[in-house]
Ligand binder design. Structure first.
Ligand code: DGP
Length: 119
């Protein structure tokens, strides 16, 4: 049985409502909230409530969860007026990707032009 909550994890605490963070979306499995250091006019983090450190820790059992996270990103992109303009979804995974918080999160970024390839 995998661990569900890590009491040392900032995103577990946010998901538990410990800091009163405003949720743009919430369900029994997922919450979404604005990034504290936004890199674009819209910068939202979509996270599972369950503590999964990173993408490479996912298993086939999590496929429905990940699919739902993408659906939530689409719902929020629509709400933010980004559906037609376009937006970027990012999972950083591990040290070299720049992942800083080791609780799975999907970045939804939009409202400006992005470069490719990313830095
Ligand atoms: P990453 O580099 O993919 O691990 O991105 C982690 C993001 O989490 C980063 O953009 C800043 C954001 N972040 C870190 N701590 C907090 C926090 O306490 N509240 C919120 N809203 N965002 C946070």
């Amino acid at each position: 049985m995998r661990q569900t909550i890590n009491t040392d994890c900032i995103f577990c605490k946010i998901a538990a409502g410990e800091f009163g963070t405003e949720f743009l979306y919430e369900s029994p499995e997922i919450v979404a909230f604005r990034d504290i250091h936004p890199k674009a006019p819209t910068h939202i983090l979509i996270i599972p409530r369950r503590h999964i450190p990173k993408v490479s820790d996912l298993t086939e059992e999590d496929e429905k969860l990940i699919g739902r996270m993408i659906t939530v990103a689409n719902i929020l992109a629509e709400q933010e007026g980004l559906r037609e303009r376009g937006f970027r979804l990012i999972f950083n995974c591990g040290r070299e990707s720049g992942q800083e918080v080791f609780h799975l999160h999907l970045h939804l970024l939009g409202g400006r032009l992005f470069n490719w390839p990313p830095g």
